[in-house]
Design a protein around this ligand. Structure first.
Ligand code: ASP
Length: 321
């Protein structure tokens, strides 16, 4: 599919589904829709894309991102690498559901490293059939970012803001401006198709650090990627679930700890048993904002700046490498 055929830059838009491709039988219905109904070519049809940009597209998956899985990530990584290596392609856009968007963005950023060409994920909170769908504007904005000469690495565009993969997190269940980069803040804003950079993105790992991770992800069957689970520390936590997971063969555990990375002592004792059995344990925080600051007392290792679901991806990749 080709749109707005002119000269200067060529982008590829990869579709994976989500609410941006969702449909409802009732136009006023923003919650009872089915995600992943429209193809990516339909989402692009008729959009007023940045002048001088040509776009082609590929449907890589068609799913509600709550169901995102490792086999789909493996295919996506392979297709992203394929298109990035094409000298005629300046950048990529990926349409994705909001629910696990931050996980996919982090996975790609960790496995691609700081690629010179931008890979821009975008989404929507309202289905394509809504009275006021937010998907078309987000997609137009994502194309503007992907064709901007200053853009690089894995970025996320939603509601007029550009976020970095490492910092971004879905923080709202309903409102169109559903994402936040917490203390780090967005790295750019969009004004009528113009990208206003607030900083260049420094948060992505180097290409050389990422390459072995990408190679491992492509070499190992996705169903064999190491099993890493996320557990909460909470009132009354006793850690019995830790023992159950260890008995089932879990390879790594991420604890969504309280506050600045503290753990209920019952859970902590169960984790000591898990570690003695060879399970990798790391900490993150249940708090939406702020890093886990390591104290003199030490404790379980921390994945700096990563929320629990991204720490899960980081630990899985670490175990794979
Ligand atoms: N469940 C949808 C998804 O993640 C939600 C959305 O896209 O906003 O695919």
């Amino acid at each position: 599919m080709q749109a707005n055929i002119t000269t200067s830059s060529h982008l590829v838009v990869l579709g994976t589904g989500g609410t941006i491709a969702g449909e409802s039988g009732r136009p006023g219905d923003n919650i009872g829709y089915r995600a992943a109904q429209r193809g990516v070519a339909d989402l692009l049809a008729g959009l007023p894309l940045t002048q001088g940009v040509t776009v082609s597209c590929e449907q890589v998956a068609q799913l509600d991102s709550k169901d995102m899985d490792h086999p789909t990530w493996q295919v996506l990584l392979q297709r992203v690498q394929h298109w990035l290596s094409d000298a005629s392609v300046q950048g990529l856009v990926i349409t994705h559901g909001t629910d696990t968007l931050e996980e996919t963005a982090y996975f790609l950023s960790a496995t691609l490293g700081h690629c010179a060409k931008p890979v821009v994920l975008t989404c929507s909170m309202r289905p394509a059939t809504a009275l006021a769908p937010d998907g078309p504007q987000n997609l137009v904005d994502a194309v503007a970012v992907a064709s901007d000469p200053q853009a690089s690495g894995v970025l996320v565009v939603c509601a007029g803001l550009v976020h970095e993969a490492r910092a971004v997190q879905k923080v709202h269940t309903y409102q169109p401006d559903a994402f936040s980069s917490g203390d780090v803040g967005p790295c750019a804003r969009l004004y009528e198709g113009q990208v206003a950079w607030l900083r260049t993105n420094p948060l992505t790992p180097s290409r050389t650090a990422a390459e072995p991770l990408a190679a491992a992800c492509l070499a190992l069957p996705a169903l064999d990627w190491p099993w890493v689970s996320v557990l909460y520390s909470h009132a009354g936590a006793q850690g019995r679930e830790v023992d159950a997971l260890v008995a089932q063969g879990v390879r790594g555990l991420v604890i969504a700890a309280t506050g600045n990375g503290t753990l209920n002592q019952g859970l902590d004792q169960a984790l000591q048993r898990a570690a003695a059995a060879g399970v990798a344990v790391v900490r993150s925080s249940r708090c939406a904002f702020g890093p886990v600051l390591v104290t003199e007392a030490g404790g379980w290792p921390v994945m700096p700046g990563l929320n629990p679901v991204k720490a899960r991806v980081a630990l899985m990749l670490q175990l794979m490498a």
